[in-house]
Design a protein around this ligand. Structure first.
Ligand code: KG4
Ligand code: ZN
Length: 343
């Protein structure tokens, strides 16, 4: 059983990824083709471009991961693919590839929930393999800002989520306003390190409304007003000095992180769970990691944040498929995509 291996495929958004992972958590082969360059000039992911790029890359990406691992189809225990949630055209490419290979190689198929996988990345960071469940789970990515009560890797209860923009999306939009490039999260956080987080008093929306929901569109508007005033849509000719940019980034980042920390603390308190898992691209953020560590120490809960390389989209977190295999949760060859988020 120690040498059982599976192939995991990820194509939910704009990363084409494949990984060959063993049951005991080793990564034998991995390949990620990012599409950042293709979407950069649009300031966001363009679904049609993403789908086409996945189509061009999916087979070479799978081939690279398999070759790196030194394995062939016949060596696999199963083929796993993220079938939800995500962009329809993007999901379709991964799902069709996985179904075709499952049919050709006569291997079982496993359908992965991409959000569950983002949190499972926390499990993969545990060297001892000790379970990180039950826990409160926070997913902060380009598409999602969601709190779950996680009984185990697969049984998650939705507590709340964003009612407008996702946290990562807000980072990307602020980056666009300041012409910092795409994806903007990394750039905003880099600028933030040189700024004063108290320079602007940006809103911490919904922080005390008693729900586990988030809202970042008001914050985004507040940032816009702070840098150009109301009404203006075109930021291309905007000239801001570096210290203003840094202060805006730092103050914005602090507002996002304060909200995330506040709601997560409340979820932990309310549900009496002593552990918090954080996954998704924004979990790579430095201030987020620092402030959550401080909150964990103060409130006395265990904090497990996915390792930075497993925060953004990847196929290694598809190792969650082993948990589904253990429960006999296989998909059939008529598997379809589920783009929308089901709670
Ligand atoms: O999880 P992910 O790769 O894709 C989705 O499933 O959505 O997350 C991408 C998001 C982008 O919005 C990106 O700007 C943000 O994560 N991000 C960051 C950082 N690194 C990536 N946001 C803040 N700080 C970072 N260091
Ligand atoms: Zn993701």
């Amino acid at each position: 059983a120690g040498n059982e291996i599976l192939l995991a495929i990820e194509s939910t958004c704009d990363e084409t990824a494949a990984a060959v992972v063993t049951r005991d958590g080793r990564v034998l082969g991995e390949c990620i083709a990012t599409q950042e360059k293709l979407h950069e000039r649009f300031g966001g992911v363009v679904p049609e471009i993403a789908a086409r790029a996945h189509l061009e890359r999916i087979l070479p990406v799978i081939d690279t991961a398999m070759t790196q691992a030194g394995v062939q189809g016949e060596d696999l225990q199963a083929i796993a693919v993220a079938d939800r949630p995500g962009l329809a055209g993007s999901l379709l490419v991964g799902v069709v590839a996985a179904k075709s290979l499952a049919l050709a190689w006569q291997k079982p198929l496993v359908a992965i929930n991409h959000l569950h996988a983002h949190l499972y990345a926390c499990q993969l960071s545990q060297p001892s393999g000790e379970s990180v469940y039950p826990a409160i789970g926070l997913i902060v990515s380009g598409g999602h800002t969601t709190l779950y009560l996680c009984e185990d890797p697969i049984n998650l209860q939705y507590l709340g989520g964003t009612i407008d923009d996702a946290a990562g999306e807000a980072f990307d939009k602020v980056a666009a306003m300041l012409s910092l490039g795409f994806p903007g999260g990394v750039e905003v956080s880099r600028w933030a390190t040189r700024g004063n987080a108290k320079a602007y008093d940006f809103p911490r929306s919904k922080l005390h409304d008693g729900s586990f929901d988030f809202s970042f569109s008001g914050l985004k508007t507040a940032v816009r007003y702070a840098i150009v005033g109301p009404g203006r849509q075109d930021f291309s000719s905007l000239e801001l000095d570096d210290s203003t940019k840094a202060d805006v980034c730092a103050s914005f980042e602090a507002a996002v992180v304060d909200t995330l920390v506040g709601k997560s603390r409340k979820a932990i308190r309310q549900h009496g769970v002593k552990r918090l898992l954080i996954g998704g691209g924004v979990a790579a953020n430095g201030r987020l990691r620092r402030d959550f560590a401080a909150a964990a120490e103060q409130d006395g809960f265990q904090l497990v944040i996915a390792p930075p390389e497993l925060c953004t989209d990847n196929a290694v977190m598809g190792a969650i498929a082993w948990k589904q295999i253990d429960r006999g949760q296989f998909a059939t060859l008529d598997l379809d995509i589920t783009p929308g988020l089901q709670r």
